[in-house]
Write a protein that binds this ligand. Structure first.
Ligand SMILES: NC(=O)c1ccc[n+]([C@@H]2O[C@H](COP(=O)([O-])OP(=O)(O)OC[C@H]3O[C@@H](n4cnc5c(N)ncnc54)[C@H](O)[C@@H]3O)[C@@H](O)[C@H]2O)c1
Ligand SMILES: O=C(O)C(=O)C[C@@H](O)[C@H](O)[C@H](O)COP(=O)(O)O
Ligand SMILES: [Zn+2]
Length: 376
């Protein structure tokens, strides 16, 4: 990894007293020590990571903290979605208590979205709130999960069902860390990048259609543009609606379908979150077409572009299947956006024209899913 910082971009998340910076750049990790030091009362941080990230990158993290005299206490979890559990939450809190962390300490999430989501929840609960900093190491976590303060653990009854909004004080997104990420994980993160184009930025979607291969090849200019543009898009929505009373629900495009698949598959690693979201976005556009909301050729184009990057676009071929339409529809009803038994779905009138459809008819969704499952 290059030690030099290459044209870092700072994206501000404007939330009044809880505002913070996202530092995006190749080598941005080198800025962590200087940014952390003023936050600390004692020269130490607590680091939650997973075993893979620890083996690959803990040396680099410690190397940037040592020169400014910051010591680390490290806890590594088993990698993967199943670690985002109640039992691990208890384990993390017990570790923080047993190592004497107090409210003035900072918990650094060093890993992907699994680590970031559970670390944020632990930080919010620890003595009713300790400091929290995100150092995301996957594409998905750099463009999405490290920003905006959604924290959670999963339960068998649904994805991210237990959590709070708790903002980090800083996000350092070092794109150099992505060099060690497996191609499948890069693609999964790329699904959430495509999401921003589909929500409200058709020019970005067009750019991704032409430059997606360069993003996935981690060409420096392309990856930086993709990460920074995604962070700016998310920061703007979060600043407008921190706790998902309205417009933030757009960030859930593809997720009501996708989360149902993840839960039905019991969070097994053969379906990654980004893969479920990729499929979910295609299903949202196709369902829109079935309901006369989305032009069929637009839905077909979305499936073609998503599929061209190697992401799944067919429920019938999804690992972990065969899925049942009624089970998926039941899981969709558990969605956190549901109010009084009504489930909003994020649908789209076109590329970059997503909107909150307030009251989806789950019987018609189940019939639509049954049709998707019958495809050869
Ligand atoms: N809070 C939010 O707003 C938000 C947004 C999107 C997704 N999420 C959540 O994020 C999670 C998915 O995040 P993810 O895709 O980052 O998964 P992840 O955290 O499981 O990481 C994916 C895999 O990549 C490995 N890895 C991480 N960094 C690496 C690196 N630099 N080099 C090599 N391997 C590396 C990990 O060990 C893991 O095996 C899901 O739980 C999802 O619900 C949350
Ligand atoms: O930040 C948000 O808001 C999002 O919806 C981002 C999603 O990509 C992310 O997967 C989020 O965790 C889903 O939220 P949930 O509330 O449906 O669990
Ligand atoms: Zn997501």
């Amino acid at each position: 990894m290059s030690e030099t910082l290459r044209a870092a971009e700072i994206v501000r998340v404007s939330l009044g007293a809880r505002s913070y910076d996202i530092v995006v750049g190749h080598g941005a990790l080198s800025m962590l020590g200087a940014r952390l030091a003023p936050m600390l009362k004692q020269p130490r941080v607590f680091v939650l990571t997973d075993e893979t990230v620890s083996n690959l990158h803990m040396g680099a993290l410690e190397a940037v903290l040592k020169p400014v005299g910051i010591r680390t206490h490290v806890l590594s979890l088993v990698p993967g979605e199943r670690s985002k559990s109640f039992s691990n939450l208890e384990h993390i809190l017990d570790w923080l208590l047993s190592t004497g962390a107090d409210r003035s300490d900072v918990l650094v999430a060093f890993g992907g979205g699994v680590i970031g989501d559970i670390a944020g929840l632990a930080a919010s609960l620890m003595k009713r709130g300790m400091g929290f900093v995100q150092v995301p190491t996957t594409l998905l976590s750099q463009v999405d999960s490290s920003v905006g303060g959604k924290t959670a653990v999963n339960t068998p009854r649904g994805k991210n069902m237990i959590g709070v909004f708790y903002q980090p004080r800083l996000v350092i997104a070092d794109t150099a860390l992505l060099a060690s990420l497996p191609a499948r994980e890069l693609r999964a993160g790329y699904a959430e990048v495509l999401k921003y184009g589909l929500i409200n930025d058709p020019a970005f979607f067009d750019w991704l259609e032409g430059n997606g291969a360069d993003v996935l090849a981690l060409k420096p200019d392309a990856i930086q543009h993709a990460v920074a543009t995604s962070c700016r898009a998310k920061a703007a929505i979060v600043a407008e609606d921190e706790t998902e009373g309205g417009v933030r629900a757009l960030l859930n495009l593809g997720h009501t379908f996708g989360h149902a698949v993840e839960a039905a598959n019991e969070y097994r690693p053969d379906v990654l979150h980004g893969e479920a979201v990729a499929l979910g976005m295609v299903l949202a556009f196709r369902y829109g077409a079935a309901e006369g909301i989305t032009a069929p050729d637009v839905a077909a184009k979305v499936a073609r572009v998503i599929g061209a990057s190697g992401l799944p676009v067919e429920l019938a071929h999804m690992p972990g299947g065969p899925y049942e339409a009624s089970q998926l529809a039941d899981l969709m009803q558990q969605d956190k956006k549901a109010r009084g038994g009504r489930v909003p779905l994020i649908l789209a009138r076109g590329i970059g024209q997503s909107y909150i459809h307030p009251d989806a008819d789950l019987a018609s969704v189940a019939a639509f899913l049954a049709g998707e499952l019958e495809k050869a």
